[in-house]
Design a protein around this ligand. Structure first.
Ligand code: MN
Ligand code: MN
Length: 324
């Protein structure tokens, strides 16, 4: 079936009928959209919008995450001919997931960027649609959280990262990918007691009151235990899930700006993500993919897989709410 379809299908991003359905076009050709979803600005009837935020001017070290969204889209083309492994739902067949394209912004007016991004996400949420964003560096999560908190109130944050990103910084004009969760707590966008960081392995004496399951802890217990701890912390509160690709060890994701050894394997991350199904996830992102530091392309592949797990978590929650 797939082989036959590949003889006729191409450019599903603009040629598919409707938003739902698998894609059997050749993985190596065609117009790129994430998972060969419809590439559209029309959000009517849409459940979840994928959007790229190609901004990397908040980094402390290597730049390049502006190329993340394009690389993740390209890496995703091998996946949409099969339903996602380990799930009993198939968001690509049963939900309206589209690629909303990238944020437009003035690369030379960095000070204007945060408000521009908040507006972009606010527009998506106003349509009753969820957003899954691709960074970009991790700073992008902060303006996104502002839009989310407007709609949902203060959120539970599930945060995968090598870094806490809560380093104290009281200058709200600074645009820094290592301090925005300090600011998010201070601004009341997230509830620290309902929030948890997973995979931390850099020293920061200030934890902002957020729960931490650091990398040694993740390695010392089963992924199922880590997932259970995460679920206990967030309860049924609305969750924003942010996945910094550097939570993975550099062996699995070398293409990132601030790599740190001793990180999660992709197997650990995949199992934890699947085992937290049932959380009340309302949005999320995958950030810090800088493809040019990784000749193998593995980092973008990891980003595309993590993103698909986030889509499954989101759609699992939508289905649960529809059954209430
Ligand atoms: Mn980070
Ligand atoms: Mn990080």
């Amino acid at each position: 079936m797939a082989l036959k379809d590949s003889a006729f299908d191409v450019d599903n991003a603009i040629t598919r009928d409707g938003h739902r359905g698998m894609s059997y076009e050749n993985a190596f050709g065609g117009i790129l959209s994430f998972m060969r979803r419809s590439y559209t600005k029309n959000l009517t009837g849409v459940d979840l919008a994928i959007t790229g935020i190609p901004f990397d001017q908040a980094v402390t070290n290597r730049p390049g995450a502006r190329f993340g969204p394009r690389a993740i889209r390209e890496a995703s083309t091998l996946q949409p001919c099969d339903s996602p492994y380990g799930w009993d739902i198939n968001p690509l067949a049963d939900f309206d997931v589209v690629d909303y394209g990238d944020l437009a912004f003035d690369y030379a007016n960095v000070a204007a960027f945060p408000a521009r991004l908040t507006d972009h996400i606010r527009e998506i949420l106003a349509e009753g649609v969820g957003a899954l964003s691709f960074g970009g560096d991790h700073y992008i999560t902060f303006p996104i959280l502002r839009a989310y908190a407007e709609k949902f109130g203060p959120l539970a944050l599930v945060h995968f990262d090598a870094h806490s990103d809560t380093w104290p910084d009281d200058d709200m004009m600074r645009i820094d990918h290592g301090t925005m969760f300090y600011k998010a707590v201070k601004e009341g966008l997230i509830l620290p007691k309902k929030s948890v960081q997973i995979g931390i392995r850099t020293q920061n004496d200030y934890d902002a009151g957020v729960h931490v399951i650091d990398a040694p802890n993740v390695h010392g217990q089963t992924p199922a235990t880590t997932a259970s701890q995460i679920r206990d912390i967030v309860g049924d509160h609305p969750v924003y899930l942010t996945f910094d690709i550097d939570c993975l060890d550099p062996a699995f994701a070398p293409g990132t700006g601030t790599p740190v050894w001793g990180g999660l394997s992709s197997a650990q991350a995949a199992t934890i993500l699947r085992d937290i199904r049932g959380i009340n996830m309302v949005g999320g992102d995958v950030v810090e993919v800088s493809p040019q530091y990784d000749a193998s392309g593995a980092t973008a592949v990891a980003g595309a897989h993590a993103a698909m797990e986030l889509i499954c978590l989101y759609c699992w929650n939508l289905r649960a709410k529809s059954l209430l």
